[in-house]
Ligand binder design. Structure first.
Ligand SMILES: C[S@@+](CC[C@H](N)C(=O)[O-])C[C@H]1O[C@@H](n2cnc3c(N)ncnc32)[C@H](O)[C@@H]1O
Length: 224
């Protein structure tokens, strides 16, 4: 199942560190970023000598096409944020325009790295719930602003199958945020926690130091 019309915006390494409470030891692991889109996470991590592979269906497109898609969605998204300004916590960004500029700056970093990274196999055009990757190919999987956030578009079955797949390629999966786009808690958090706990996984909801959607300061950490 593909997420149509998703805004392919990306966040920075600093934001990933906060969203996923990444320690120095975590950063040194073989990491897979699922649904990274035009985040600068991979580019920045690679520059620092770390190992990250990003997977996203958007990587079937050229740098120019991705840039165009981000630019097309820029105005509608920024104006939606402006209309719902009270849903967000304005600590790191003082307003919607500043947020937009930060997202474009992250995309520019991503674009500079994209062709080299794709040639090196760091940007793979693949889609959940089924990935052409080996069992335990990675040590840590991070998935931000895809699962749970798009609960209105992606079913519970999609979530369960996707997380099962991520736990196949990595023994640990971290998902952020647990909220939907309307900033309400995803109804899938509870069934996901129950499903993977009953399979013997260690499942933990952990508070983190990142909050942009009000109340969105928790991630789900699953270890099999
Ligand atoms: C809102 S963006 C989040 C980007 C990045 N993770 C971040 O937080 O900055 C959601 C991303 O999920 C990707 N996506 C959509 N459907 C997907 C699927 N089935 N499997 C993997 N990624 C998908 C989109 O292309 C998009 O880049």
């Amino acid at each position: 199942m593909k997420l149509n019309g998703v805004v392919p915006w990306g966040r920075t390494l600093e934001e990933y560190k906060l969203m996923f409470a990444l320690s120095d030891a975590d950063l040194s692991k073989k990491i897979v970023g699922c649904g990274d889109g035009p985040a600068s996470f991979n580019a920045e991590m690679t520059e620092l000598g770390y190992s990250v592979v990003s997977i996203d269906p958007v990587y079937q497109f050229s740098a120019e096409q991705i840039k165009q898609r981000v630019q097309e969605t820029y105005e509608p998204v920024i104006s939606q944020v402006k209309q719902n300004v009270n849903r967000y916590y304005w600590k790191n960004f003082s307003n919607a325009d500043e947020l937009g500029l930060a997202r474009l700056a992250a995309m520019d970093k991503f674009l500079l790295d994209y062709e080299t990274g794709a040639a090196a196999g760091r940007y793979l055009p693949q889609s959940l719930p089924s990935l052409e990757l080996f069992d335990d190919q990675f040590e840590l999987c991070v998935c931000s602003h895809l699962l749970f956030l798009y609960s209105e578009q992606l079913s519970l079955d999609f979530h369960l199958a996707s997380i099962h797949e991520l736990l196949r390629i990595s023994p640990e999966v971290r998902i952020f945020p647990l909220l939907k786009l309307d900033c309400e808690l995803s109804p899938y958090v509870e069934p996901v926690v129950q499903e993977f706990s009953s399979r013997g996984c260690n499942v933990e909801v952990r508070s983190v130091a990142y909050e942009f959607q009000k109340g969105g300061n928790q991630m789900l950490k699953i270890n099999r």
